[in-house]
Design a protein around this ligand. Structure first.
Ligand code: GLN
Length: 529
């Protein structure tokens, strides 16, 4: 089921295989009909992760990038919508040579074609393919069929692992294997025998449980990997290593470890635990709540970037999720920000909660609380500055008020056509763009580089009509596109750390390469404490 840990299991297995000297890549398959994740509400689907080549993907691609330490591109992500789109396009181009195009085998064949292309482009020895959804549901059956067909074609070069959940009902107090037995049986009916079972549970799996699964599911007991909850997802590779998971996977392919080097990863895990000084980082957003539950999945890359930077800055970040709408209802609540060591406002869309974000920015700017604004968080910083410092009370983004008398954030000509023509899917400014940093700025110091490259996902831009006046009033333009046409970073003077970036630095932060802006923010947070 979703959320059980397929993505992290895939990524952690990938890392441990890579440590053994193999080139590894990972593919995510999402069973929904959306062509990409870009059109989905993050509360429903979690964060939309953006690749360097501008694909709007599932957050699992981000998890792979963080563990494998590589950039993953479009070809490694597919959805039902995307696969069908290719098949239909191919049919329209007469590429099926006049044959009747059928769901089976043509759709699974397209899936296989994409898997092979991704493996080839990454020059991978081993390609991990994560199929989203739940075994037995209607949606992912064609992907399982693709897997089965691949095994028919390639025999022992294709292996299957089932990530299954083993509940421990409190009223019984015993771990139950029955759901896993049925999941395996359902998988069998799709023609697939799992080679490995990864047993996710609150607790470690004991011998009797393993024996039961081995007996009823035809999986060798040593191929049943226990994956209990751990305090940090970064401990999972070590947990897999203790059970020699990667070694067993290699062996099942007739391969052996060429080396085993996890030292850099282990040093990161240690550094995280050694950061003793606690800093409190407020993340002000709105995509948290579903019914009675609070989810942080919509901001997963931001959360991970904070963790990476914490290890680098030698602090223990404690994250406070704050809903910006609360500050709208009760502005007195802004005082609560005083307790924080730093504030982040991540990306967002639409009007809900935006005034609370603007009020927050005003508060942290005046009270010199370290601030990092990501995308919408940068746009809101420009709006706040214009309203407060230039007295343009109605300054806004045209996303919220198309009739604003000071549209300091606005659509560029090309985007205007997209919005008019309702062409929303895949038309934001997406993917990596270069940015030139201004000498003497906070950002220039943090990056220690003059030109950087960062990933974007937005439709609106800083409006150059107001650039001169805003600069004159003290707003620092700390980064622009190399041709100077697009403002990418704003800062303010006389502040310990106040940076708003039009891009999403969180997508490039990795455990072994923490992002300079997040590290800069956490250093400032440490000082404030
Ligand atoms: N809504 C803003 C835009 O479209 C910002 C997007 C974001 O924060 N990712 O430009």
């Amino acid at each position: 089921m979703s959320g059980v840990g397929k993505g992290t299991s895939t990524a952690a297995l990938g890392l441990t295989l890579k440590a053994k000297g193999y080139a590894v890549t990972a593919i995510k398959i999402d069973p929904y009909v959306n062509v990409d994740a870009g059109t989905m509400n993050p509360v429903e689907h979690g964060e939309v992760f953006v690749t360097i080549d501008g694909d709007e993907t599932d957050q699992d691609i981000g998890t792979y990038e963080r563990y494998l330490g590589v950039d993953i591109t479009k070809i490694n992500y597919m959805t039902t919508g995307r696969v069908y789109q290719s098949v239909i396009e191919r049919e329209r181009n007469l590429e099926y040579g006049g044959r009747c195009v059928e769901v089976v085998p043509h759709v699974p064949e397209e899936v296989i074609r994409r898997i092979e292309a991704a493996a080839k482009s990454a020059k991978a020895d081993i390609t991990l393919i994560e199929v989203g959804g739940t075994v037995g549901e209607y949606q992912n059956i064609l992907f399982l069929e693709a897997g089965r067909m691949m095994q028919v074609a390639h025999g022992k070069n294709v292996k299957f692992a089932l990530v299954s959940y083993l509940p421990v009902p409190p009223s019984v107090g015993e771990m139950k294997t029955k759901p896993t037995q049925y999941a395996v049986r359902t998988l069998n009916s799709a023609g697939i025998l799992p080679d490995f079972v990864i047993g996710r549970s609150e607790q470690a799996m004991d011998k009797p449980r393993k024996e039961k699964i081995a007996q009823f599911c035809q999986v060798p007991p040593e191929h049943i990997i226990s994956a209990p909850d751990v305090s940090s997802i970064y401990d999972i590779p070590d947990m897999f290593e203790e059970q020699e998971f990667a070694k067993k996977v290699l062996k099942s392919f007739g391969l052996r470890a060429k080396k085993n080097d996890l030292s850099a990863w282990k040093a990161f895990v240690r550094a995280r635990k050694n950061g003793h000084k606690e800093v409190r980082i407020g993340v002000i957003g709105k995509y948290f709540s579903t019914g009675n539950f609070t989810l942080s999945d919509a901001y997963i890359s931001v959360l991970e970037a904070i963790k990476h930077a914490g290890a680098a800055a030698g602090v223990m970040p404690k994250i406070e999720w704050l809903n910006s709408e609360e500050f709208e209802k009760d502005p007195k609540k802004l005082k609560e920000l005083d307790k924080l060591s730093a504030v982040i406002i991540p990306g967002g869309f639409g009007s809900r909660g935006i005034e609370g974000k603007i009020a927050t920015i005003n508060y942290v700017r005046k009270n010199k609380i370290p601030y990092l604004g990501l995308c919408y968080g940068m746009q809101c910083a420009v709006i706040e500055f214009a309203r407060t410092e230039l007295g343009w009370k109605k300054a806004n983004t045209t996303e919220i008020n198309p009739k604003s008398d000071h549209p300091v954030i606005d659509l560029m000509a090309g985007q205007r056509d997209n919005v008019k023509g309702k062409k929303y899917g895949g038309t934001l400014r997406l993917g990596s763009y270069k940015c030139k940093l201004a000498d003497g700025s906070i950002s220039r110091k943090a990056y220690a580089e003059a030109v950087i490259s960062e990933r974007h996902r937005h439709r609106y831009e800083f409006n150059n009509d107001y650039r001169a006046e805003l600069e004159k009033a003290g707003l620092v333009i700390a980064g622009t596109s190399p041709d100077n046409r697009l403002v990418e970073i704003v800062e303010v003077k006389d502040h310990p750390f106040f940076v708003g970036v039009q891009f999403h630095p969180e997508f490039q932060s990795r455990p072994l390469a923490p992002h300079p802006l997040f590290v800069g923010l956490l250093h400032a947070a440490k000082k404030r404490k």
